[in-house]
Design a protein around this ligand. Structure first.
Ligand SMILES: [Zn+2]
Length: 268
């Protein structure tokens, strides 16, 4: 009789989403988390491709326009300093914090992100564990020599004379460190994302519609290489059919519950 009440049996039958994801993570040796805009919407950053998002309010400036047309370049800088994209001043939310906890516990080896908002680093994840496929909007870099520049240092000269900044070292154009439409994917992060993907036994997608390539190729690559694939996203994605677990849940609540199950607070 008592055997009918054995807890592992009941747990196997659980349909609770947090239980199911927590069990999958617990059974994995090396998890790679792949994040998209959906993890940051709970921080108040609109998905840039959704209604109300950046690209419904303004035309993107392509990399070619930026490099060839000084007026477009100046417009790009006006946008960068106006906070028009909505990511300045935002703080990490419960979803970011839960991922940081998994990294801290040694469960997650890397976070591959499509986001440019720096919120994974702001949540306490060491920068070397965050792989940014689309760059970072919180600083700038010279397109020729790669020298890093802080936005706040560039703001006053730009606002004084309206001239887009150029590199003091080499004279090259300075651009926010994001990957613009038409710009080549960053080689180093792409290579690292591939390595991490192939080394993982679980790829956990959080808040990506998996529609933008080549970034969206990494979850598929993980699956092809034999890893388990779990997708948490508000809307269905084209890769749901490939995934062993698909949850249409709010990320912050779900991931907080998952982390609480995996790492219960000590009893007091
Ligand atoms: Zn330079």
């Amino acid at each position: 009789m008592a055997r009918l009440l054995v807890r592992p049996h009941l747990r196997r039958m659980s349909n609770d989403p947090a239980d199911r994801l927590a069990r999958l993570i617990a059974a994995s040796r090396r998890v790679v988390v792949f994040t998209g805009a959906g993890i940051s919407t709970e921080s108040g950053i609109p998905d840039f491709r959704s209604p109300g998002g950046v690209w419904s309010r303004m035309q993107p400036i392509t990399f070619q326009e930026f490099t060839r047309d000084p007026a477009k370049r100046a417009e790009a800088w006006r946008r960068a300093f106006s906070g028009a994209a909505g990511w300045t001043g935002r703080r990490p939310n419960a979803g970011h914090q839960a991922v940081a906890r998994l990294v801290q516990a040694g469960k997650v080896s890397a976070v591959i992100t499509q986001n440019v908002d720096n919120l994974h680093q702001d949540s306490g994840i060491p920068p070397e564990k965050v792989i940014e496929l689309h760059g970072n909007a919180s600083y700038a870099a010279c397109l020729d020599c790669g020298q890093r520049f802080e936005l706040e240092d560039l703001r006053a000269p730009f606002e004084a004379n309206g001239a887009p900044p150029v590199c003091a070292d080499c004279g090259g154009l300075i651009k926010t460190a994001t990957i613009a439409f038409g710009q080549a994917m960053p080689e180093g992060p792409m290579a690292r994302a591939r390595e991490e993907t192939l080394a993982a036994d679980l790829m956990l997608v959080l808040g990506s519609s998996l529609a933008v390539y080549p970034a969206a190729g990494f979850p598929l690559l993980a699956k092809e290489a034999g890893a388990e694939l779990a997708i948490v996203n508000r809307e269905p994605t084209p890769q749901d059919a490939c995934a062993g677990l698909v949850l249409h849940e709010e990320i912050g609540l779900l991931m907080t519950a998952v982390v609480t199950r995996l790492y219960p607070a000590p009893q007091t």
